[in-house]
Ligand binder design. Structure first.
Ligand code: NDP
Ligand code: MG
Length: 381
């Protein structure tokens, strides 16, 4: 079980919920980071008294240092300081809750310090999954997923001694706010429409990814990397209620699932307490009052991002880093209201076609693929 944690991305949706869980479990918080939100980080520092607070935005870090002058918390600024928070010697666990590929370098640094990684930042595994998992194996660092589907799978494989016994993983997908709509209807959707997720309240980037189904595509890749399985053994099923969080089908035909009300504090808590469980104040799922559970096939024609991600997963090399970099850039443009909803899959597909895939990539190849994909999207726009 974790005792002392460092949170990368503390001011975000996962970061804030992690602090709630830390408070409930009585964990010590030793480092907190954010990008530029000095006001919220100041509140968190006053509440949890960490040794270190980091803002990657230098000007915001200066502001934070002034705000926290009366406290004993050290304030650092700049992207390199994110890694300082990741390798903080007191922390046994690093919660990676930043959004996007920026999480990669600090995650690798924390792994090399043999910390438990409570991993929410899926983009890191999508871009450099092989490298991250190999490094974790080399340093015997534990990677415990926070993403609800992967946490469900993690819970369903506890006690499975031979991963060869797994026939396939089944990821559930809410379908997002535009489920059941035609391609024409979906094409006209706005930022406000996309930010209205039916079951979860999350940061803006992942909420848009849920609407395009890119989130599920990224999660397919995340599952392949975490459990070292080929694409053929990871499937997706639409489940509108978000109650069955994912399933594992074993060779003998047994299917294990994890169920619960949609609340990220449960997977966050399990990433802290694993391999144990601790009493939680959350209301458990009431089977007698929960809605009927339904399952359906995803529509890869209306939501091509899922197919694009599966194709990148199949291709391997830097294909997933290119997919992710292009998607991060395109979603940023959509959130800035510079492009339409259906431009996201179009730009990702065009960037994938424009950037050459490198086989057996090094970290530098992965970072270069990410930069090239982002540039390709900007050139196309
Ligand atoms: P949010 O947008 O709510 O929070 C992002 C956090 O990262 C904030 O603390 C933000 O700081 C910080 N941040 C943003 N950009 C940078 C940057 N360039 N450098 C350093 N820090 C940065 O995101 P979520 O909490 O929703 O998601 C975090 C991660 O967890 C994502 O990878 C997402 O896919 C994954 N995830 C989220 C789930 C959820 O329920 N929210 C569920 C499953 C996975 P600031 O506030 O200053 O901008
Ligand atoms: Mg998820």
């Amino acid at each position: 079980m974790s005792k002392t944690i460092s949170i990368l991305g503390a001011t975000g949706s996962i970061g804030r919920q992690t602090l709630d869980v830390a408070e409930q479990l009585g964990l010590t918080v030793t480092a907190l980071t954010a990008n530029s939100n000095a006001e919220r980080l100041e509140d968190q520092v006053r509440r949890f008294r960490p040794r270190l607070a980091v803002l990657t935005d230098e000007a915001a870090a200066k502001d934070l240092a002034v705000r926290l002058a009366d406290t004993g918390t050290k304030v650092l600024g700049g992207p390199e300081a994110l890694t300082e928070a990741a390798v903080c010697p007191e922390a046994d666990t690093v919660v990676t809750a930043v959004v996007g590929m920026v999480g990669l370098k600090p995650t690798l640094a924390a792994i090399r310090e043999r910390k438990r990684i409570a991993l929410a930042n899926k983009e890191t595994l999508v871009c450099a999954g092989q490298l991250v998992m190999d490094t974790a194996e080399q340093y015997s660092a534990e990677i415990v997923p926070v993403d609800s589907e992967h946490s469900a799978i993690f819970q369903c494989v506890q006690g499975c001694r031979d991963r060869g016994e797994i026939r396939r993983l089944i990821l559930t997908c809410s379908g997002g706010p535009f489920y059941g709509q035609t391609a024409e209807e979906v094409a006209g959707r706005t930022k406000a429409d996309a930010l209205r997720h039916p079951n979860w309240t999350m940061g803006p980037k992942i909420t848009v990814d849920c609407a395009t189904l890119m989130n599920k595509g990224l999660e397919v890749i995340e599952a392949m990397r975490l459990y070292r399985l080929p694409l053929e053994q990871v499937s997706v099923v639409i489940h509108r209620q978000s109650i069955v969080h994912s399933l594992v089908e074993y060779r003998d035909g047994a299917i294990l699932a994890q169920l619960g009300t949609p609340d990220m504090r449960l997977p966050i808590r399990y990433a802290m307490t694993w391999p144990d469980r601790a009493e939680s104040p959350l209301e458990p799922l009431d089977l007698l009052s929960c809605p009927p559970l339904t399952f359906a096939r995803p529509d890869r024609e209306t939501f091509p991002c899922l197919r694009l991600a599966e194709e990148a997963a199949q291709e391997g090399g830097t294909a997933c880093a290119i997919l992710n970099g292009a998607n991060e850039e395109a979603v940023g443009l959509f959130l800035a209201e510079k492009i339409g909803f259906s431009d996201i899959p179009r730009l990702v597909a065009e960037a994938r076609a424009a950037v050459t895939v490198v086989r057996d990539p090094s970290l530098e190849d992965i970072l270069a693929a990410d930069r090239a994909a982002r540039r390709a999207v900007l050139d196309l726009v």
